[in-house]
Design a protein around this ligand. Structure first.
Ligand SMILES: [Zn+2]
Length: 60
């Protein structure tokens, strides 16, 4: 079985993992009501998505 010749140093391991951090999903205002919502998600306030398709009507 192949085995590593050298132990991976803390610095090398941490440099490799510096590219693994998560970033917050992009948030854009709804084109209809203007509330901030994640992109590619139906608006939780007015149910507006992709042009004029009103998927869910959730009033009060
Ligand atoms: Zn909306």
């Amino acid at each position: 079985m192949a085995v590593p010749k050298r132990r991976t140093s803390k610095a090398r391991k941490r440099k490799r993992r510096s590219h693994m951090s998560r970033t917050a999903p992009p948030v854009a205002p709804c084109s209809q009501c203007g509330t901030a919502r994640p992109t590619h998600v139906v608006c939780p306030n007015c149910g507006f998505y992709m042009g004029r398709t009103l998927v869910e009507a959730d009033d009060e």
